[in-house]
Design a protein around this ligand. Structure first.
Ligand code: ZN
Length: 254
């Protein structure tokens, strides 16, 4: 029965992952994600039929090419579908049916959308951060009660403030925009989901993971702007899935 649900959540994740590709690509361009255009080939603009919209399988059957113009489909689409599927399955495996599952699925969804939109446009749509924040806040109030819910909101605001301070400092030191506004809003999600201490840990983990990647991109491509959003959400999700709690974290340090 357990395996049945794990597979079910994987399939649900791939279907939603397919939708998140659309959200991540179209929302920053202010294109409707439902109307009026259906999913289309970005090269020949041919509208995709139901058969071409099945997550993963369509890509495999068409051997990664558009059925009409034979233009190669980015490997990115099925990657996001598989990633979301795996994260959904792991979320269910870790938390079962609980309020934490709702949070974990929301963070997984945020991760997929942020990868697409931040890598493509260096933009994270505010709508997405807001909706995910609302769902996580709702789940926290529902699962942990009014008082802890308020505490979580407080941690979110605090982390937002800390990141805002880091941004001001960075702008002052580097004399240019160092952090995007969207990254700061993501730190609200970090505090809300993990509390203050682990939220601060997210800043460290995401910087440590992002730095070598940013350096190598700078050396190979002279890429100066590296999207930071995916690293933030990755770190939040990692700490949440590992169920790291503050007390055991302190014991590790002392
Ligand atoms: Zn095409």
């Amino acid at each position: 029965m357990e395996l049945y649900y794990i597979i079910l959540f994987f399939i649900l994740g791939t279907v939603l992952g397919s939708f998140y590709n659309v959200v991540g690509y179209r929302l920053p361009k202010n294109e409707s994600i439902i109307y009026p255009k259906h999913s289309y080939c970005p090269n020949c603009h041919h509208t995709l039929s139901i058969g071409e919209l099945i997550p993963i399988f369509s890509f495999l059957f068409q051997r990664g090419k558009c059925r009409h113009c034979h233009h190669a489909i980015s490997f990115f689409y099925p990657f996001i579908e598989v990633l979301t599927g795996v994260l959904f399955a792991v979320s269910y495996y870790s938390f079962g049916f609980s309020y934490q599952l709702v949070i974990s699925l929301s963070l997984s969804s945020l991760f997929s959308i942020v990868i697409v939109s931040d890598l493509t446009y260096l933009i994270i749509p505010d709508e997405v951060t807001a909706i995910v924040g609302l769902i996580i806040a709702g789940a926290t109030f529902w699962g942990r009660g009014y008082q802890e819910g308020l505490m979580a909101l407080g941690s979110g605001v605090l982390l937002f403030g800390i990141m805002y301070g880091i941004m001001l400092l960075g702008d002052f030191l580097f004399k240019r925009e160092s952090l995007g506004g969207a990254d700061i809003k993501l730190m609200f999600i970090a505090g809300l989901s993990l509390g203050t201490i682990l939220g601060i840990l997210v800043i460290f983990i995401s910087s440590v993971v992002a730095l070598p990647i940013a350096l190598s991109l700078y050396i190979t491509n002279k890429e100066k702007v590296v999207p930071y959003g995916p690293f933030i959400v990755f770190s939040i999700l990692l700490l949440f899935l590992l169920k790291v709690d503050v007390n055991s974290f302190w014991q590790l340090l002392i």
